[in-house]
Design a protein around this ligand. Structure first.
Ligand code: PEP
Length: 250
């Protein structure tokens, strides 16, 4: 069985002081059993990456960012290049989160270019895909997630096995409404076959579920055959809850 991957998406939350407290609590609570069953990482806002690097270097916790530019460098005010994230030893970068697709107009092509840049910088992209409620009700879930993933697969070519995919139904993010384990598994199975068709090394791909995962529902979701971990928003801001999710990994 693939080792699970549990990633906290802190979104635009935190401060130097609260981050330090949260990291201290997580490091204190992360025991050998947890580390044996899951790789764990936290994705913070860019200004805090230096803090994560300082406090987490040499620990079992990895870290990453929540976005990167589709460009290498140059006149792109406000953007952060993947190579800059590498300077802070980021292992991961979340790309194409539905909040970026929705509030920043990111489309499949842009997300695909960002994934290329991340891989070129030696950072693992966590590519988010997911349908809206309207898509689901119109029976378009499979079509939408396959289209979103396909753009990235085509752009990254032979590196397709190096990406992490996060299935995040938009209607489940931050709403307290979770996909049932059966609903999530069904979409993960679709994504798995797409990844298998794209690369002979697809056993390296991990497919995470995200959308109101918490201590109460994690075990059932994480026991599904094609759910290789979780991308956790709100619950990653509470040390106890995040640690319980990690401990739920089978
Ligand atoms: C997310 O933002 O990636 C997410 C899954 O959020 P939440 O867990 O709060 O639904």
């Amino acid at each position: 069985m693939t080792k699970k991957l549990i990633v906290g998406n802190w979104k635009m939350n935190g401060s130097l002081a609260t981050n330090a407290g949260l990291l201290q609590a997580l490091l204190a609570g992360l025991n050998d059993d947890a580390i044996a069953v899951a790789d764990v990482a936290l994705c913070a806002s860019s200004p805090y990456l230096a803090q994560l690097q300082t406090l987490l270097q040499g620990t079992a916790l990895g870290w990453g960012a929540q976005d990167c530019s589709a460009h290498d460098s140059g006149a792109y005010t406000g953007e952060v290049a993947a190579a800059m994230l590498r300077d802070f030893a980021c292992r991961y970068v979340i790309l194409g989160h539905s909040e970026r697709r929705q509030y920043h107009g990111e489309n499949d092509d842009l997300v695909a270019q960002k994934a290329q840049r991340a891989l070129a910088a030696g950072i693992t992209p966590i590519v988010c895909v997911g349908e809206t409620l309207a898509d689901r009700e119109a029976g378009r879930t499979e079509f939408v997630v396959k289209r979103q993933l396909s753009a990235v697969i085509h752009a990254v070519g032979h590196c397709a096995s190096e990406i992490v995919v996060a299935y995040e139904p938009v209607w489940a993010i931050g709403t307290g409404r979770t996909a049932t384990p059966e609903q999530a598994q069904a979409v993960h199975a679709v994504l798995r076959s797409q990844l298998k068709a794209a690369s002979a090394h697809s056993s390296r791909n991990r497919i995470l579920y995200g959308g109101s995962m918490n201590a109460a529902n994690a075990a059932e979701l994480l026991s599904q055959p094609d759910i290789d971990g979780g991308l956790i928003g709100g619950a990653s801001l509470k040390a106890d809850e995040f640690l319980s999710i990690i401990a739920s990994c089978p």
